[in-house]
Ligand binder design. Structure first.
Ligand SMILES: [Fe+2]
Length: 274
């Protein structure tokens, strides 16, 4: 079983939404930072690839040590090998959907932009994906602009781009309209946010990784306020931090921050009625 591969390490998360029937299993993958080269890659692109590979060989461990997470021989593989393993495991486990919350590619690069849409088109299952701060707002066939939804019986995911530590006015309006539909929502985005409620539990995180209620950006503040105050928004699933954290951003509202997928982190998220 691929699940027994020492590369992987798992966190189990549960989101309770009253009224949801049965148990719904999702596979959350974030910060895969995939770098690839192919036969069309230029010399310059190959040099960048080598540079990034060396950089991540070091920083994967830095993040793992900082967050007290596993890092050893099994995690010392390329970002491409790691991503292929993650997708193969997701295909084996067959969750109801694969949730990818950004920094899927290490940066926008031609070989990566050729590889990822092709690989995701071949993925055997449902996936939904948002961009991270290392990426552009659109990668055709993988992620797109706007608030995109995935609907289940009694709840829905709403995926949006907050990778620049804010959201667009269009996305904010679309999210408000979704809230008015009266279906419980789990937000999928890249960066977490800090509220008065989770200030203490987030105090060890580098402020680089999140935005706050004190942001100078009006939309950032309005997005946080909507998430905190609207009863339809039940949870937020994100990444960006390269360390796992399970918090609440408001009473009873989970903030699940997945760790670095390229170092074997897998978040299993069960959504259930109780
Ligand atoms: Fe990242």
């Amino acid at each position: 079983m691929l699940k027994d591969d020492k590369f992987f390490w798992f966190k189990e998360n549960r989101i309770v939404i009253p009224g949801v029937k049965g148990e719904h299993l999702f596979y959350h993958l974030t910060d895969s930072h995939v770098d690839v080269v192919d036969e069309l890659s230029t010399e310059e692109e190959r040099e960048k690839f080598d540079y990034q590979a060396e950089l991540w060989a070091k920083y994967k461990k830095v993040f793992a040590d900082k967050n007290g997470e596993p890092y050893g021989e099994p995690q010392m593989i390329t970002t491409l090998e790691a991503f292929e393993k993650q997708l193969a495991l997701a295909e084996e486990m067959q969750p109801e959907a694969l949730l990818m919350t950004g920094d899927n590619l290490d940066n926008m690069h031609p070989a990566g932009e050729r590889y990822l849409p092709k690989r995701m088109a071949a993925y055997k299952g449902t996936f939904i994906c948002v961009p991270g701060n290392h990426e552009d707002p659109v990668l055709e066939g993988v992620w797109d602009t706007g608030v995109r939804t995935l609907d289940y019986d009694g709840f829905r995911f709403a995926a949006l781009d907050d990778s620049r530590l804010t959201v667009s006015s269009e996305d904010l309006a679309a999210l408000k309209a979704l809230c008015d539909e009266g279906i419980p929502i789990i937000i999928l985005c890249h960066a977490p946010f800090q509220t008065a409620y989770n200030k203490e539990t987030m105090k060890d995180l580098d402020p680089y990784f999140y935005f706050t209620e004190e942001s100078e950006d009006e939309n950032a503040r309005a997005f946080i306020d909507l998430c905190v105050t609207n009863d339809m928004i039940k949870a937020v699933i994100c990444g960006h931090v390269h360390g796992y954290h399970s918090l609440e951003f408001a009473p009873g509202k989970p903030l699940i921050i997945g760790s670095q997928g390229h170092a074997g982190a897998v978040d299993l998220v069960t959504v259930a009625g109780e």
